[in-house]
Design a protein around this ligand. Structure first.
Ligand SMILES: [Zn+2]
Length: 146
């Protein structure tokens, strides 16, 4: 993917939450893990919760699909609070921590933050974040700060 654009967004991900993401990604290896992210903020978005969900994809070694019921449950749980569902995460077993062409096909929500964790031989690296602005042809990386 081209990394020419700079996002106006920033994602605050605390060290313990980043570590939690690396742990679930490593545990799912060699399958892709996935889950939802709750948080708050408009331009500087702070992640408050990492919510692992089942990967219900038919081939979880190659892709991910978040259980719609889990999404519904989190939407309901955050309704009326300061928190909202800010996006989701998944892992790339033996891949890089950037969205794949398959991910681009699924990027229909310009509000969603995509967090990707690469797992190389079972070792997870630091999560990276992206979003797909409306009208854009590619993802734009969102800087992750702790
Ligand atoms: Zn992916």
């Amino acid at each position: 993917m081209a990394m020419t654009e700079h996002s106006p967004l920033a994602l605050h991900l605390s060290a313990p939450l980043a570590e939690a993401l690396r742990r679930v990604a490593a545990q799912a290896y060699p399958q892709e893990c996935c889950g939802l992210l709750a948080g708050a903020g408009e331009m500087h978005i702070t992640v408050s919760d990492v919510v692992p969900t089942a990967n219900i994809a038919e081939n979880p070694r190659e892709t991910f699909a978040i259980d719609p019921q889990a999404q519904f449950d989190l939407l309901r749980a955050t309704r009326g609070s300061e928190k909202r569902v800010i996006g989701h995460y998944h892992s790339h077993p033996d891949g890089s921590a950037v969205p794949s062409p398959r991910d681009l096909d699924k990027a229909y929500d310009p509000e969603a933050i995509w967090v990707v964790v690469a797992v190389e031989g079972g070792m997870a690296s630091a999560p990276r974040a992206f979003h797909h602005p409306a009208g854009s042809t590619d993802f734009v990386e969102v800087p992750v700060v702790s």
